[in-house]
Ligand binder design. Structure first.
Ligand code: NAI
Length: 330
């Protein structure tokens, strides 16, 4: 039996991971879940929000499913999510955005894959207080990380029969840092004559995405633009409750939704488990369990088509009711 690390998170994390574990179990696939807690709840007992045992578990098992973990805003400990990506060198953050059956949005035929660099940029957290009234943040971009993520995006495009990889920067203003990212893209692109190339500035991209997202295919972006743009693309297909994600590195991969711990609906049986479930489906594809991945995706699509939806999608099903219906449809 395959062992997979499960980081069940906090906020709505435990509710949605419970739902997803039940659905996978009901599909007939047997998984030994190595449950690892992290975040504010473990600081008191272990002295850190990200104990070494969590990293060891992911490295040992090679794969993890992760629910969101809360980060204090403006103060407190560094994001567990960012640290995990950095410590495990999960350099590629893959966020596919595709319309779901019976989830009506402004646009049809949205099929965009956001490939976000996951280890540097303003996320490196190199900040300092210059004086009482001035703070400084360093935007770190290296050729090595930029070429690696661009290569990942082009390889993904080739493997998945995509036509175009578009690079997103603000290189007109940040000529050195974003300029280096753009230059790395151009260099890597030379090895992929079969894929269309395109360059766009991030502000223009945002405008065009809300006008007509069908103009875009695979996007490759530095960390911060990738973070923001992937929330925008999530909004194009029904919101954060349905947006899946994966963090992929050379040694291991962590599958997690785009959304956070949603403290506003915590413990109310309202959370949509779809984003975590679709992340789990991708995880099953990644470990070669394609039959079960397809079976679970079919059951989810059948449930949505049968008009059973959680509150965020305009329905009135609770997390538990929605989960039970998916299990019935397996
Ligand atoms: P959020 O994604 O948690 O919530 C934004 C809005 O979307 C809220 O109204 C929430 O109720 C709704 N929402 C999110 N997921 C949903 C779901 N599955 N079903 C139904 N509604 C859903 O973003 P927010 O409020 O900015 O962040 C809350 C906390 O989560 C912060 O501490 C943040 O740092 C953390 N966070 C963690 C992430 C991770 O673990 N990878 C990613 C993003 C944020």
């Amino acid at each position: 039996m395959r062992t997979i690390t499960l980081i069940n998170g906090d906020g709505i994390g435990p509710e949605i991971s419970d739902a997803v574990v039940k659905i996978i179990d009901a599909s007939g696939l047997k998984i030994n879940w190595d449950i690892q807690t992290a975040g504010a709840d473990v600081i008191e007992s272990e002295g850190t929000p990200l104990p070494g045992r969590v990293l060891d578990s992911v490295l040992k098992n090679g794969v993890a499913l992760k629910a969101p973990v809360t980060t204090p805003i403006g103060k407190g400990f560094r994001s567990v999510n960012v640290q995990l990506r950095k410590e495990l060198d999960l350099y590629a953050n893959l966020r596919p955005c595709k319309n779901l059956p019976n989830v009506k949005t402004r646009f049809e035929n949205v099929d965009i894959v956001v490939v976000r660099e996951n280890t540097e940029d303003l996320y490196a957290g190199i900040e300092r207080q210059v004086d009482e009234n001035t703070a400084e943040s360093i935007k770190l971009i290296t050729r090595e990380a930029s070429e690696r993520i661009c290569k990942f995006a082009f390889d993904f495009a080739v493997k998945n029969n995509r036509k175009e990889v578009c690079v997103v920067t603000k290189a007109n203003i940040m000529k050195l840092s974003d300029g280096l990212f753009l230059d790395s893209y151009r260099k890597v692109a030379e090895d992929y004559p079969q894929i269309n190339k395109r360059e766009i500035l991030v502000d223009n991209l945002c405008m065009q995405l809300v006008q007509d997202p069908t103009r875009f295919d695979v996007l490759v972006l530095p960390n911060l633009y990738g973070d923001i743009v992937s929330d925008l693309t999530a909004g194009l297909i029904g919101g954060l409750g349905v947006a899946q994600g994966a963090n992929i590195g050379e040694k291991c991969a962590v599958f997690e939704p785009v959304h956070g711990s949603a403290p506003d609906i915590k413990g109310q049986n309202k959370a949509n488990p779809t984003a975590l479930l679709l992340s789990a489906v991708e995880m099953l594809n990644y470990i070669g369990e394609k039959h079960y991945a397809q079976k679970i995706e079919n059951a989810l699509f059948k449930t949505l088509s049968g008009n059973i939806k959680t509150v965020d999608l305009g329905g009135n099903a609770s997390t538990v009711e929605f989960t039970e219906r998916i299990i019935k449809n397996l």
